[in-house]
Design a protein around this ligand. Structure first.
Ligand code: HEC
Length: 136
C-alpha cells in the first residue's frame, strides 16, 4: 500500500517537473514574464468566486435583506427570480447596479426600491454579480 502511494507520488512529481521547464522555456522564448505558468492559468478561475463572495458579504451588511430574500419574494423580488430574468453579463450588471443606487419601480410592480446613494458603483456591481450568479 505504502509503495503504491510512493510510486504515485513519484509519478506526480515526475509529471510536474517534466511539464514546467517545458512551459517555462516556451514563455521565455517569446516574452520575458516572470510569472510562472501555473499562476497565470489559475487567476481567472479564482477571481470570479471572490467577487461573488464579496457581493454576498456586502448584501449581508446592507439593508437589502429587509426587502429581499434569496428564494422568496418579500417586498422586492427574490434574488433567484432576478437571476432568472437577467443573464449574467456586463450590460445587466451595469444597469442593475445603477438601479440599486438610484432606486425605482415598474419592473416587478408598483412598489419602489429605495435609492442607495451612499453605495459605490463598484460595490453595487459586486452585489449584482452575486445575485445574478444565483440560479434556482
Ligand atoms: C425598501 C425595500 C428595498 C430595499 C431596501 C432594497 N430593495 Fe431591491 N427592490 C425592491 C423592489 C420593490 C424592487 C422591484 C422594483 C421594480 O419593480 O422595478 C427591487 C428590485 C431589485 C432588483 C431588480 C431591479 C430590476 O430593475 O429588475 C435588484 C437587482 C435589487 N432590487 C437589488 C437590491 C440590493 C442589492 C439591495 C441592497 C443594497 C436592495 N435591492 C435593497 C425593494 C428593495
Amino acid at each position: 500500500m505504502k509503495k503504491t502511494l510512493l510510486a504515485l507520488g513519484c509519478l506526480v512529481l515526475a509529471m510536474a517537473s517534466c511539464s514546467s521547464p517545458e512551459e517555462r522555456s516556451s514563455t521565455t522564448s517569446t516574452t520575458t514574464t516572470t510569472e510562472s505558468p501555473a499562476t497565470t492559468t489559475e487567476t481567472p478561475a479564482a477571481e470570479a468566486p471572490a467577487v461573488k463572495g464579496e457581493g454576498e458579504k456586502l448584501i449581508a451588511k446592507s439593508d437589502c435583506i429587509g426587502c429581499h430574500n434569496k428564494v422568496q419574494k418579500v417586498i422586492g423580488p427574490a434574488y433567484v427570480d432576478i437571476a432568472a430574468k437577467y443573464p449574467l453579463n456586463d450590460e445587466n450588471v451595469n444597469h442593475l447596479a445603477d438601479k440599486i443606487i438610484a432606486g425605482g419601480k415598474g419592473v416587478w410592480g408598483e412598489v419602489p426600491m429605495t435609492p442607495h446613494s451612499a453605495l459605490s458603483k463598484d460595490d453595487a456591481k459586486k452585489m449584482v454579480s452575486y445575485i445574478l450568479s444565483l440560479k434556482k
